[in-house]
Design a binder for this molecule. Structure first.
Ligand code: PLP
Length: 395
């Protein structure tokens, strides 16, 4: 039999699996073009052309022995160096290759840093709504995830409750901006206050509390919104970056951790992250794509395509009577369900062949997430269904 712990994980992952099966069932009945699947955060925009060129160039140009072999568990040193310089250029920091650990996407990076930091029973705090996998990742290392209740006015973190909930068991805090599922970008004001609280609490409990900034959507922002670079606000910050969304490469599994030299126990954390990468079974992030992304650090996916989707969906849903904070980044709308029970509301949407994820999966009942990383034409075709759904609730 499988382990008790895996039994729980399998049970909890059934929502998304059920959605996937439902999509297939509906497509068989109504035809794929009449099913509107907004459930997955899989980028719809193609990777920039530079990626293909870079992959080919790496294979053609790199010296024998430099691509396919094992390497330092933290990744190719020259790649880490190029990434550090690129961050320094963009954000006026002073990192070197010794501050970068290449990871198997953001998921790999989060697991590496949580394995590095957590003792069993220690707590990680995050802010609802949050990416549901955080709970699993923290549980992998026998920690517990504590979610701060959502501030549904603007979905900036609820800092009053945060300050109350930090305890002697708090080891780390995970933030995610631009946020999945709200698309909200945490403001500079929020980050300054959050840092002040953490500084105070570190003193109060005489221990380090690490701020882990999960940033797969950093590059996907609209209307020239700035996403502050978190290491500037709080010394014990560790960044988890990913190329999954910024370059539309989720299947390639590539990202990195930034571990600044000024974090408490830097030497220990850096060596432990290196060992964690190895013993979690990653060994190292995939080599070829490490080399390719290092040549594409200034490349961008066409964010305007997501922006068109955002405007089309947001403006129409509002005109039908839905309520939603306009997302500033990522590719999700987090919409208030038209009845209290978000799961029932998602079921009602399904009757119009619309697949959306209940907010409960993100620790925020009463809302649903609509992933608009889909074809523009699918959004156009789905709009009459969204209107009928809203009209049903007006009766
Ligand atoms: N963190 C957040 C907030 C995400 O939305 C995702 C993926 O959707 C991940 C982490 C995992 O990303 P990756 O594919 O880079 O592992």
């Amino acid at each position: 039999m499988i382990s008790d712990k895996m039994m729980e994980f399998v049970k909890n992952s059934s929502v998304i699996r059920a959605m996937f099966e439902e999509g297939k069932r509906l497509a068989n009945i109504y035809g794929a073009e009449n099913v509107y699947d907004f459930s997955l955060g899989n980028p719809s925009v193609e990777p920039p052309s530079q990626i293909k060129e870079a992959l080919i160039d790496v294979l053609n140009e790199e010296e024998p022995g430099k691509i396919h072999g094992y390497m330092n568990n933290s990744g190719h040193e020259d790649v880490r160096n190029i990434i550090a310089l690129s961050i320094n250029n963009k954000f006026d920091t002073s990192f070197t290759s010794d501050n970068i650990v290449m990871t198997v996407g953001a998921a790999g990076g989060l697991n590496v840093i949580l394995k590095t930091l957590l003792n069993p029973g220690e707590e990680v705090i995050t802010f609802a709504p949050y990416f549901g996998e955080y709970k699993n990742y923290v549980s992998n290392f026998d920690g517990s995830l504590l979610a701060i209740s959502p501030n549904t006015t603007d979905f900036q973190p609820n800092l009053e409750e945060f300050e109350e909930k930090i305890s002697s068991k708090t080891k780390a805090v995970i933030i995610n901006s631009p946020n999945n599922p709200t698309g909200v970008v945490y403001s500079e004001e929020t980050l300054i206050k959050l840092a002040e609280i953490l500084e105070r609490k570190q003193k109060e409990y005489s221990r380090s509390i690490y701020l882990i900034s999960d940033e797969p959507y950093r590059e996907l922002v609209y209307d020239n919104v700035e996403v502050p670079y978190i290491t500037k606000y709080y010394r014990n910050t560790i960044i988890g970056y990913s190329f999954s969304k910024s370059l539309s490469l989720p299947g390639e599994r590539i990202g990195y951790l930034v571990i600044p030299g000024e974090v408490d126990y830097y030497d220990e954390i850096l060596s432990a992250a290196n060992v964690a990468t190895r013993i979690l079974g990653f060994v190292n992030a995939p080599s070829l794509i490490q080399r390719a992304v290092a040549r594409c650090l200034d490349a961008k996916v066409d964010v305007e395509l997501y922006n068109r989707n955002r405007e089309l969906l947001y403006n129409n849903l509002l005109s039908y009577g839905y309520e939603c904070v306009k997302p500033q980044g990522a590719f999700y709308l987090f919409v208030k369900a038209l009845e209290e029970d978000d799961r029932k509301f998602a079921e009602a949407a399904k009757k119009h062949n619309i697949l959306i994820v209940p907010g409960s999966s993100f620790g925020c009942p009463g809302y649903v997430r609509i992933a608009y990383c889909v074809d523009y034409s699918m959004i156009e075709r789905s709009l009459p269904g969204f209107k009928k759904l809203a009209d049903e609730y007006k009766k």
